[in-house]
Design a protein around this ligand. Structure first.
Ligand SMILES: [Mn+2]
Length: 326
């Protein structure tokens, strides 16, 4: 029977899926070509996201997602400054000092971190189609776009796929996507019969979405809030928020699905004003996590009252009176 590798990855995320595809390609090339690879999308939640997650394969990897100190998680790569929760896990990481665990909070993307680690440690170079995907992960995860317009463009396969991934795909969709991307280019994946109609739908949806987001935004100082708690299944505006409210410094979006509640907080990458807060730390204090400029908090579907309170507290903390008027 073939050995099984499970790759846990940050779901619904261009960097997370690219990281998983990259590691799958490496594993087949270098470790064992006959391994059956199962990609498992992970979402952040309050408490230990690995609770109830079975490490029951022959080998396990975790990419672009929180640290898991279980020695069965043989491979780990992450770049989120809030990777260690509780922070005491950092001590475990240092103490065990596994040569197959990698952490670099300065890396623009986890996929880039993985590419560098595997080149240095295993002399492995990814195929060209994955080099291209990694370059896009760097750009998308670190919001390295000239303008908000560029950031939301749906012209290249990478940006079309990133929008599709953010639009609440099913776990099966993203797991299949990882497998496809491990073997084919972004352009080829975007043309697949399972994907192309959904990409067209994302694009067709865009005009209505812009309209909705414009109506939703509520100012609190230089913070703009998109509260979609009452519209179950509605999406976070993402960078569309910065396109439509270019003068904001911070954007907070509040969304929920039948399965979970999510609050996302971001610093406007195109704001001339400097940020006054570390967003990942702020979110970590409320049970979430993230980077200095973007973070989130995921709660259970039955915690709406707590989510509304959290949203109020976040607004209060970010709208600290330091803003000049917009
Ligand atoms: Mn990432």
């Amino acid at each position: 029977m073939a050995r099984v590798l499970k790759i846990f990855f940050h779901d619904a995320c261009f960097d997370g899926t690219t990281s998983a595809a990259l590691f799958a390609a490496f594993y087949r090339d270098v470790i064992d070509p006959s391994t059956e690879i199962r990609a498992v999308g992970m979402i952040h939640k309050d408490g230990n996201p690995f609770d109830g997650v079975a490490l029951d394969a022959d080998d396990h990897a975790c990419v672009d997602f929180r640290f898991c100190a279980d020695p069965k998680m043989r491979w780990w790569f992450d770049h989120h400054p809030t990777a260690f929760q509780p922070p005491s896990l950092r001590g475990e990481f240092e103490r065990i000092h596994s040569p197959t665990w990698f952490f670099d909070p300065r890396a623009p993307s986890c996929a880039g971190l993985i590419q560098r680690a595997l080149a240095a440690g295993w002399d492995w170079q990814p195929p060209p189609h994955l080099v291209e995907a990694v370059a896009w992960a760097d750009k998308i995860d670190a919001a390295q776009f000239k303008s908000a317009e560029d950031s939301v463009a749906l012209v290249t396969p990478a940006q079309r796929l990133a929008a599709w991934l953010a639009h609440g795909r099913s776990p099966l969709d993203t797991s299949n996507y990882v497998e496809w991307l491990s073997r084919a280019s972004l352009a080829e994946v975007a043309q697949r019969a399972e994907v192309a109609p959904q990409l067209a739908a994302v694009e067709a949806d865009r005009a209505r979405e812009l309209d909705d987001v414009k109506k939703l935004g509520v100012w609190h100082g230089d913070v703009v809030v998109f509260d979609r708690f009452d519209d179950v299944g509605a999406r976070s505006p993402g960078f569309l928020g910065y396109l439509l409210f270019p003068r904001c410094l911070y954007a907070i979006s509040a969304t929920r699905t039948p399965a979970s509640i999510k609050i996302t907080v971001g610093v406007n990458p195109w704001s001339p004003a400097p940020r006054r807060h570390n967003i990942g730390e702020l979110c970590a204090r409320h049970g979430g996590g993230g980077h200095a400029v973007v973070g989130g908090i995921t709660l259970r579907a039955d915690e709406l009252a707590r989510a509304r309170d959290t949203l109020k507290l976040l607004v209060k903390e970010l709208d600290d009176g330091a803003a000049t008027s917009h």
